[in-house]
Design a protein around this ligand. Sequence first.
Ligand code: TYD
Length: 392
Amino acid sequence: MNKFFLDLGKQPLANNYLNYFKKKQTKYNLKLFFNTKSKMVSISKRIPSKIMFNNKYPYRSSMSLTMKKSFNKLSNEIKKKFNPKIILEIGSNDGALISNFPKNKVIGVEPCKNLAKITKKEGFKTFNDYWNLKLSKKIKSIYNQIDLIYSANTLTHISNLDEVFKSISYLLSKNGILIIEDPSLLECLKKNSYDQFYNEHIYLFSAISVKKLLEKFKLEIFDIKNLSTHGGSLRYYIKRKNNKNLKIKKNVQKQIRKEIIHGLDKIKTYRKFSKNIKKSKIDLLKILNKVKKENKKIIGYGATAKVVTVLNYCNIDNRFISYFTDITPEKINSFIPGKNIKILKYKKNILKKYDYVFLGAWNFKKEIFNKEKKFIKEGGKFITHIPKPRII
Ligand code: TYD
């Protein structure tokens, strides 16, 4: 049974950047639910994939050094530990992972034409299509079975999870490995990072919910890793239940125990989270109002999908934040979805004219603080809402 716990108001598609401010941009109710049976946390309104993931999807995995390093490390681990003949990535984006492998060993699946074009141009086999049973059958007819399927920050964006895993199970070889990674629900609750939810981000996985989901497909988690990417993610290593060559590591049960201790299997935990988020909104607006009264200027750093949720939920526009800055070519000179805040191209001294920087890409705090040492040294301050609104 689905139980409602938080209303994040009307939200536009978080990746729908327009080069003008459209006051009446389409918005959808963003409400969060916890399913008491499957233990899955999800948003209620499902928008068709074709509307969300199109020819102009602006998110680029290769834009951050942190992500590039993480993919490079994983590719070395895959080569060393599993040495698969062929690897398939679902949601290959601009090739941040597949570019670490020889071209004859990897296949990308990417529904966004602009992104698939990038990897195709570099010579990587890329299926410009949505992940479903039809595509899985097509790939099987060409390549037969696949030894290793990988997907990062993608499966949580697909509404029909049953079809997702059915299609994976259909294509995965007998002793094949599935590796998926996505933001961790436990980390989201600990950090009050309600901005992990936006229209495109339908689910937030926990080890508890993934374990339950996999049972239907006779798959199971045999290893789990905590990652710092995307504000705290979990990487699940999955195998077929009847593959006895791989032992289930103790850390799988350890993660599940940790999640149970934090109450991730109970609705009351989410009700408490909801209270924290309502307070987070009040406290962030208090800080922004104070800064505004002092006539200080704020620029936002990192026009993330996450920040769209924050700005639309808290009703923050250019009265508070003059501009955002971002390095992604697809986002530059457009507006934050739903808000009249323009995104400027990142330049070395761009922060100089501002007193405060609102950390949109809080998940890259370390990388950004490192990059902006000069601004910090000269007295520049950051504002963040994670884990609680404050000035740093
Ligand atoms: P990210 O947090 O990866 O994702 P999401 O959109 O899913 O919330 O987005 C990071 C954004 O921040 C991306 O648009 C690139 C931008 N960015 C910068 O502009 N400068 C930087 O130094 C870094 C690390 C990121």
